[in-house]
Design a protein around this ligand. Structure first.
Ligand code: HEC
Ligand code: HEC
Length: 296
C-alpha cells in the first residue's frame, strides 16, 4: 500500500467518526420525539384503562382488571416490554398485526374485547410510535391473570368466522366531504379513543352495528345504558361544540352534572389529557354525524 492510499483511508476513517458524532444526537432526539408522540397516542387510545388493574394498584400496562362480558371474563394482558410476560420479543410487524388484524404473532385470533376493531384504523406510523413508547417503559415481570371463558367461546379459531361477518379491517381514509379538522376528529374518535366501541349498539354476536354508529345502547359493556351521542335533537346529544369539549376535558355536563360510570374513566385516563385542538376536532366530528333516533 502506498502512502497516498493510507492517507486516503485514514481520512475516510476520520470523516466517518466525525459523521457518527454529528448524526448520533439527531438520531437520539428523533427517538425521543417518537416516544413522546407514542405516549400521546397511547393516552388517546385509552390503553391504560383496560391494561392496568388500578383497583389492585397494579403497575401501568402490566395487565388489567377482569372485564365481564356475556361471552366470559377477559383480562387484558401485560403489554410492557417484558420478554417473559409481556410483548418484549415482538417486532414492529407483530405489533402492527395485533392492532390492525387482531392476530397474535402465532397467527391466532384475538377476541374483540380488545378493540382492535377500532385500532385497525390507525396509521402504520402512529402504530410504530405507540410501540416505541410501550418499549420505552420498564418491563413488568409478572403475568396478568388468564381469561375465564366458557366453552365454546374460548376457541380462538371461531373468531375467524366472527371476523368475516363483523370485522371491518383497514386504515382510516380521510373523507373528502369532511374538513381536515373533522377528519382528524374522526380519526381520534374512531381509530384511537374507540368511542364507538361503547356508544354504538351491537348485535347478539357482539358485532358493531355500523349503520347506527354512536346511536347508544341499552346494553353497554358492563350491562348499563350508554347514551346516544349522534346530534339527534330529541334522543341524541344536543350540546354545542364548546360543551362537548368541556365535558371531555373535565367531565362537567351543561346541566351541572358530572360524567359517571365508564365515561368517568374515559375522561380521566384519556380525553382530559388530550389537547384542546384535538378535543375540538372530536366535538366537530360528533356534531356532523348523521342524527339517529334511538331512545331506550
Ligand atoms: C376495552 C379494553 C381494552 C383496551 C381499551 C385496550 N385493550 Fe389491549 N387487550 C384487551 C384484551 C381483553 C386483550 C386480550 C385479547 C385476547 O386474548 O384475545 C388485549 C390484548 C392486547 C394485545 C395482545 C397482547 C398479547 O400478549 O398477545 C396488545 C398488544 C394490546 N392489547 C395492546 C393495546 C393497546 C396498544 C391499546 C391502546 C391503543 C389497547 N390494547 C387497548 C383489552 C383492551
Ligand atoms: C368504555 C365505554 C365508553 C367509551 C370508550 C366512551 N364512552 Fe362516552 N359514555 C359512556 C357512558 C357509560 C356514558 C354515560 C355517563 C354517565 O352516565 O354519566 C357516556 C357518556 C358520554 C357523553 C354524555 C352524553 C350525555 O347525553 O350525557 C358524551 C358526550 C360521550 N360519552 C362522548 C364520548 C366520546 C367522544 C368518546 C370517545 C372519545 C366516548 N364517549 C367514549 C361510555 C363510554
Amino acid at each position: 500500500m502506498n502512502n497516498s492510499k493510507i492517507f486516503r483511508m485514514v481520512r475516510i476513517f476520520l470523516v466517518s467518526i466525525w459523521l457518527m458524532f454529528l448524526l448520533q444526537p439527531a438520531a437520539q432526539s428523533e427517538q425521543v420525539n417518537l416516544v413522546e408522540r407514542g405516549k400521546y397516542l397511547t393516552t388517546a387510545g385509552g390503553c391504560i384503562s383496560c391494561h392496568t388493574d388500578t383497583k389492585k394498584k397494579g403497575k401501568p400496562f402490566a395487565g388489567g382488571a377482569p372485564i365481564k362480558t356475556p361471552f366470559g371474563t377477559f383480562v387484558a394482558p401485560n403489554i410492557t416490554p417484558s420478554n417473559e410476560h409481556g410483548i418484549g420479543r415482538w417486532s414492529d410487524a407483530d405489533f402492527i398485526q395485533a392492532m390492525r388484524k387482531g392476530k397474535n404473532p402465532a397467527g391466532e385470533h384475538y377476541f374483540p374485547v380488545f378493540p382492535y376493531t377500532s385500532y385497525t384504523q390507525m396509521t402504520i406510523s402512529d402504530l410504530k410510535a405507540m410501540k416505541a413508547y410501550l418499549f420505552s417503559l420498564t418491563p413488568v415481570e409478572a403475568a396478568a391473570d388468564d381469561h375465564s371463558i366458557p366453552f365454546p367461546f374460548r376457541l380462538r379459531f371461531l373468531q375467524s368466522v366472527w371476523k368475516v361477518f363483523f370485522f371491518r379491517e383497514g386504515e382510516y381514509t380521510a373523507d373528502p366531504k369532511r374538513t381536515v379538522e373533522t377528519n382528524r376528529g374522526a380519526y381520534l374518535a374512531n381509530a384511537l379513543a374507540h368511542c364507538g366501541e361503547c356508544h354504538t349498539p351491537r348485535n347478539i354476536f357482539g358485532g358493531l352495528d355500523y349503520d347506527r354508529w354512536m346511536a347508544g345502547t341499552a346494553n353497554g359493556p358492563e350491562g348499563g345504558a350508554i347514551p346516544n351521542i349522534t346530534p339527534h335533537t330529541d334522543t341524541g346529544l344536543a350540546w354545542s361544540e364548546a360543551e362537548i369539549v368541556d365535558y371531555l376535558k373535565t367531565g362537567a355536563t351543561p346541566d351541572f352534572d358530572f360524567a359517571g360510570s365508564l365515561m368517568a374513566d374515559v375522561i380521566a385516563d384519556n380525553t382530559s389529557k388530550m389537547s384542546d385542538a384535538d378535543l375540538r376536532a372530536i366535538a366537530m366530528y360528533l356534531r356532523q354525524l348523521p342524527p339517529i333516533e334511538n331512545a331506550f
